[in-house]
Design a protein around this ligand. Structure first.
Ligand code: NAD
Length: 455
């Protein structure tokens, strides 16, 4: 059994039977036998299912937001934002699928025709994270279904109620039971899924788990995508509106209680405005309301996973011992629930885990830099490469800096942002492969090459 805990109260809110290796194998077999007829259906009919799924989300948005908040502790307004953001992603996939998947003639002369068509991979494993279960799940299962794949979807053990809602809603929208199946459980259920002869693995989660999966899957020569963590930096130049930049970055660091893969995790500030920026930033953070995530006024909720409290405490203790200055926060709050104060440090450096390892919580270090070159060097001094940003009034300077930064996505005067129209990917330990954009539809297919000579 899997016990679902409300992280705000520490109370158990559900007990769910988990999958076993035998039940996972049975789900795989039924998905395999159902996939061909799903792929043979005209794309229009699959689009109808996803359109109906969207209608169901709109109809029950409040109920789904409440479920999400109850199991991951996301403040209710942010749960609603996630569901509204999901609608935008669905609109993108619904609009882009047909054009992206149309077979193309790329050469036609002297009796020789060359075409590309798109064939589904087959049965795919979609192993997902808890921090944005609708976003990170839908980035995979929606284009995977639209392109004719069957999906074995394992939500995170911290977002299982949401995962089961997703399954029920896809089935009511017309996706056959066998074509989309939910696998319930923690790491062992994920491992049992990977033991099946699936045709692709699409994983969202930590680098530690992603690396284990890469090792296990590598020799099987199937498509493998890993969307992993980050230590995302932003550089604030001396020409900005300091208060506006501080407000934007405080939100980028603390939204979703700092538990976003693209949360701002490190800030570098030009020495000319460093002190003024830090003062504004701390004022913003101190204005964030911590509290019951079901309360409309709450902005900071509990951490979803209790063990992360220890990670934050260890980073804080080490940073303080090495000379970092604590400006606000720094403590876990008393139980029940997994609460941590929003925390800001200055006088940090890259000798501290706080500036090198993913914190995944409401904690941030701000470091002073002398010029753009130093900022770029520090931004690139990381094992990760998911996103990076710069705040400046000068477009040419922003472009010069962002061109030198090694990250999947780069931001000018914005942060913590994902667009369905743009590819979402990371470099180094932030992962391999991509989702979203038209590339994130093609990636669930195999382009098939046709060489056709007329008789
Ligand atoms: P996690 O690695 O602990 O778990 C992810 C999933 O893997 C869960 O479903 C888990 O049950 C499963 N799992 C664990 N061990 C497994 C195994 N041996 N075999 C198969 N499956 C296994 O990560 P998490 O705590 O759920 O998510 C947080 C991490 O995800 C952070 O590092 C965050 O940055 C990252 N993330 C990245 C993106 C992105 O788009 N790049 C998006 C969201 C989250």
């Amino acid at each position: 059994m899997l016990t679902v805990i409300n992280p705000a109260s520490g109370e158990a809110i559900a007990e769910l039977p988990t999958d076993t290796p035998a039940s996972v194998a049975a789900k795989y077999r039924s998905a395999r036998s159902a996939q061909d007829s799903w792929a043979d259906m005209p794309l229009d009919e699959r689009l109808v299912c996803i359109r109906r799924f969207r209608e169901g989300i709109v109809r029950d948005l409040e109920k789904l937001a409440a479920i999400l908040t109850s199991e991951v502790g996301k403040p209710i307004r942010q749960s609603r934002n996630e569901l509204n953001g999901l609608l935008g992603r669905l609109d993108f996939f619904l609009g882009a699928a047909e054009g992206t998947l149309a077979a193309r003639t790329v050469f036609d002369a002297d009796g020789m025709c060359e075409r590309i068509s798109y064939v589904p991979l087959g049965v795919i494993a979609n192993i997902s994270a808890w921090n944005y279960p609708y976003f990170v799940g839908a980035n995979v299962f929606v284009p995977a279904l639209l392109t004719g794949n069957a999906v074995l979807y394992k939500p995170s053990e911290y977002a299982t109620l949401t995962g089961l809602e997703i399954g029920n809603r896809l089935h009511s929208a017309g996706v056959p039971q066998d074509v989309f199946q939910v696998i319930v459980g923690a790491g062992e259920a994920g491992a049992a899924l990977l033991a099946q002869p699936v045709d692709g693995v699409f994983f969202t989660g930590s680098y530690a788990t992603g690396a284990k999966i890469a090792q296990a899957i590598g020799p099987r020569m199937i498509r493998l995508q890993l969307e992993l963590g980050g230590k995302d930096p932003t550089y604030v130049c001396e020409d900005v509106d300091v208060a506006a930049a501080a407000a934007s970055l405080a939100d980028g660091a603390m939204y979703n209680t700092g538990q976003s893969c693209c949360s701002v995790e490190r800030i570098y500030v030009h020495e000319k405005i460093h002190d003024a920026f830090v003062e504004s930033f701390v004022r913003e953070v101190n204005g964030f309301r911590i509290g019951d995530p079901t309360d409309e006024a709450s902005y900071i909720g509990p951490l979803t996973r209790a063990p992360q409290l220890d990670v934050l405490e260890a980073q804080i203790a080490e940073a303080r011992a090495k000379g970092a200055r604590l400006l606000t926060g720094g403590r876990r709050l008393d139980p029940p629930g997994h609460w941590f104060e929003p925390t800001v440090f200055s006088h940090v450096n890259h000798g501290m885990a706080l500036m090198r390892e993913e914190s995944f919580g409401p904690i941030i270090g701000i470091q002073k830099v002398g010029d753009d070159d130093e900022a770029v060097r520090l931004m690139n001094d990381t094992e990760y490469g998911l996103t990076a940003g710069v705040y400046t009034r000068d477009a040419a300077r922003a472009e010069r800096i962002l061109a030198q930064v090694n990250a999947g996505s780069v931001y000018w005067n914005c942060c913590d942002r994902v667009s369905p129209r743009l590819p979402w990917s990371g470099v180094k330990h932030s992962g391999i492969g991509l989702t979203l954009s038209t590339y994130g539809i093609e990636t669930f297919t195999r382009p098939k090459a046709w060489h056709l000579r007329s008789p």
